[in-house]
Design a protein around this ligand. Structure first.
Ligand code: 3BD
Length: 332
């Protein structure tokens, strides 16, 4: 029945029926990974319970699935503004285009002599905000200026530090991703449960982060690699590579493969190295990101409405790996 013409008693009666159902389904899902209903059905019932409890707070019970660890869950995600926009990245698809980007940049800014090369992790962007070294908010990139609040979900990700090694205020940005192994295992479970499988690790990570119930996120084994700071606040670093080192010292998970390059030859050598090693990595990458290493120069060079002028993404062709697992065959 529509929320508005329910009495408190009716809402309580309906909620009392939904809770044990969700608890039962939750047990099947989290404890023995054998869900008997598709995620969509679980979410729909969970959503209904959240709406009932939001409309009638007096009916909430402490043991309700909505009151689990990770704090309040919204029936739909709260919006989070990004005062410092989360920019996108320009991208190139060939060595020739990359050379052109670097040469033009060095023509306009001859003082650009160092680049930081990073793997482009194939996940989705998130922002983590800390106050006095404590995690206060996690959000998705959204459209770059407005994201969604996923604080309860990011709290369940092992690699996201709840407290930093120094009590500083900082907003850090990075990629949330699902490793190849976790991806294959998740799809196997879904296949066996007769559920639709995820097409690729990026979709699986996005689907896992945008879960209403943090317990579902927790069961998905997500990872993170942080790569940027919204405001350099209390950091000592003066370079991109130094900032990544400092983020790791603060307690963040940072991809260790970053490398400083001094010219196009060194950049191209890095690209060749990781294009060859791509299949051996335990997570998906869709390219390489090349950034001006000096943070001061990054500020001087600036950005357009959407992308920085001091960085570029060199994209690899889509990775196609035929995976044969117990007669289930799909490509990732
Ligand atoms: C801070 C800047 C803007 C230079 C930046 N932006 C990035 N991205 C922006 C575009 N993004 C995006 N996402 C969705 C829609 C449009 N753009 C996805 C993240 C980076 C992504 C990675 C990575 N994946 O490993 C990385 N090592 N460094 C990044 N650095």
């Amino acid at each position: 029945a529509d929320l508005h013409n329910l009495t408190v008693q009716e809402a309580a009666a309906e909620a009392d029926k939904l809770r044990p159902q969700l608890v039962q389904w939750g047990k099947e899902y989290y404890e023995n990974d054998q869900p008997t209903v598709p995620d969509a059905e679980y979410d729909q019932v969970y959503n209904r319970l959240v709406q009932l409890e939001t409309a009638f707070p007096s009916i909430v019970t402490p043991d309700s699935p909505t009151q689990r660890v990770g704090g309040q869950v919204d029936s739909d995600f709260t919006k989070v503004p990004h005062p410092i926009p989360m920019l996108s990245l320009g991208d190139v698809f060939s060595a020739a285009e990359l050379n052109q980007f670097v040469e033009r940049l060095q023509q306009d800014y001859p003082e650009v002599q160092e680049f930081n090369c990073e793997l482009k992790i194939d996940g989705l962007s998130i922002a983590l905000r800390y106050e006095q070294g404590r995690l206060v908010q996690g959000s998705t990139r959204g459209n770059g200026t407005i994201g969604e609040d996923i604080t309860a979900n990011v709290k369940t990700i092992a690699s996201v530090p709840q407290t930093l090694s120094r009590p500083i205020d900082i907003e850090v940005r990075g990629e949330c991703y699902m490793g190849k192994e976790a991806f294959l295992a998740l799809n196997q479970r879904r296949e066996l449960a007769g559920q639709a499988i995820f097409a690729n690790p990026r979709n699986a990570a996005a689907g896992s982060l945008r879960q209403l119930d943090p317990q579902v996120t927790a069961a998905r084994h997500l990872s993170t690699f942080m790569y940027n700071v919204a405001d350099y606040a209390d950091l000592e670093a003066t370079t991109q590579s130094g900032m990544l080192t400092e983020l790791r010292e603060l307690g963040f998970s940072v991809d260790p493969d970053y490398q400083v390059a001094h010219n196009l030859d060194e950049i191209n050598a890095y690209i060749e190295k990781y294009q060859a090693a791509r299949d051996q990595l335990s997570y998906g990458i869709d390219g390489i990101v090349i950034k001006t290493n000096s943070l001061a120069l990054q500020q001087t060079i600036g950005h357009t409405v959407k992308v920085p002028k001091w960085a570029i993404a060199y994209k690899f062709p889509p990775e196609v790996a035929r995976v044969q697992i117990e007669d289930i065959e799909w490509t990732i």
